[in-house]
Ligand binder design. Structure first.
Ligand code: ATP
Ligand code: MG
Length: 371
């Protein structure tokens, strides 16, 4: 899959822009606060459906304006396709090849792997970050998974609300609680089964990449950590049912759901030790890098195409060896990266785009040398 163009109007600090990308390495470079991350955020929005920085659409509108319009054209399965996203005063429109679509129909078309400095905490950070990693990666390959997560969140909210009311003594409706419990067990089991399958596919790639990256010194393992036992949907569902029925009083006392897919985690070990507890800074960086590159491999295994790799400012965070490794590994794929400097990149091999105050300037046409 290759991104061909990005157009943006009134998106953050970008008044108007049209960027063209090449199939290999594309570099957005410029000083701090010029619009590099804004451009990547904009591209990734088409993969994820919303800003990865946790911003609402209203925050994406250029200050003083009322709406924004963004669009991409990309090549997938040898066909050129387009996606557009428009926001104006609270209402939004999504278009796929010119026809209106819902959010759930937009995700899974344009696929991208994003790696930004915040992701360096994927290993050491809270379980929520690892669940988010899984959720985003799986939903791009299997858009139906996103619907499961939406359903799950609604069921969880209702169940928690009922448990809270029961805890406070406002009401207790055992039948209603049973019904929410049954639905939660069911969807939690489906989500866990997806995640377990995904980790099984990710593990060999991530382990091979880390072994390679560390010159054979580091061995990575991944596992799905859950209170519910089992690997198949059936096994997990019955395990959840049991947990919920055995702990009903505890849950009422807590006023919230103590088990479920929202509590699970991914166990990561490096050389047999918990990476969260013991990995050094360098080991964490390498492990995250291996996970991100492996995400791209699984995406290709599942869809037949590599996703577009978006690297925001991570090159400066990686040492020479890891930087070289990333560029070698992604040599045959499309990469769009940001950096403050263009030095160190070969203008004959890299599509250089300068960024200044939200204005993008193509520097050197591919194949020509700079004057
Ligand atoms: P760095 O190298 O520091 O990461 P960057 O080039 O990636 O910089 P961006 O994060 O893209 O910088 O931000 C560029 C500018 O966009 C910032 O100065 C920010 O204040 C501005 N900005 C963010 N949101 C909006 C908005 N809604 N309207 C106008 N400008 C905005
Ligand atoms: Mg930035």
């Amino acid at each position: 899959m290759n991104l061909l163009t990005l157009t943006a109007e009134n998106y953050r600090n970008i008044r108007t822009a049209r960027l063209e990308f090449v199939p290999g390495v594309n570099l957005l470079y410029g000083e701090n606060a010029q619009g590099k991350t804004n451009a990547l955020e904009c591209i990734y929005l088409f993969a994820r459906g919303k800003s990865y920085r946790g911003s609402g659409d209203e925050d994406l509108v250029k200050f003083g304006e009322k709406g924004f319009r963004i669009g991409i054209s990309y090549c997938s399965e040898k066909t050129e396709k387009t996606l557009e996203y428009r926001y104006y005063e609270g209402s939004r429109k999504r278009l796929k090849n010119g026809a209106p679509v819902k959010l759930s129909e937009m995700i899974g078309n344009f696929r991208a792997v994003l790696f930004c400095p915040e992701h360096l905490s994927l290993v050491k950070g809270a379980p929520q970050e690892r669940r988010a990693f899984l959720n985003i990666a799986i939903s791009q390959c299997r858009p139906i998974y996103l619907k499961l997560c939406d359903d799950y969140n609604k069921i969880l909210e209702n169940r928690n609300c009922l448990l809270k009311e029961t805890q406070k003594g406002f009401r207790y409706d055992a039948e209603e609680l049973d019904s929410w419990t049954e639905r939660l067990s069911d969807v939690a089991a489906q989500i866990a089964a997806y995640r377990i399958r995904y980790i099984k596919r990710l593990s060999p790639h991530a382990a091979a990449l880390l072994t390679d990256l560390s010159g054979g010194r580091e061995k990575l393992t991944l596992s799905y950590e859950s209170e519910a036992a089992g690997e198949t949907e059936e096994e997990i569902r019955s395990s959840y049912r049991k947990l919920f029925s055995e702990n009903r009083n505890r849950e009422i006392a807590a006023g919230c759901s103590l088990f479920g897919a929202h509590r699970d985690d991914v166990g990561i070990t490096v050389n047999g030790l918990s990476a969260r507890a013991y990995a050094s800074q360098g080991q964490q960086r390498s492990a995250v890098l291996a996970l991100k590159l492996a995400e791209g491999e699984v995406c290709r295994d599942e869809t037949g195409e590599y996703p577009v790799f978006l690297f925001d400012d991570v090159m400066s965070e990686l040492d020479e060896t890891r930087r070289g490794y990333v560029l070698r590994e992604t040599g045959d794929r499309q990469v769009i990266l940001t950096a403050c400097e263009s030095g160190g990149f070969d203008p004959r091999a890299v599509n250089m785009i300068g960024v200044r105050d939200g204005i993008f300037t193509e520097q050197t046409p591919k194949g020509e040398s700079s004057p």
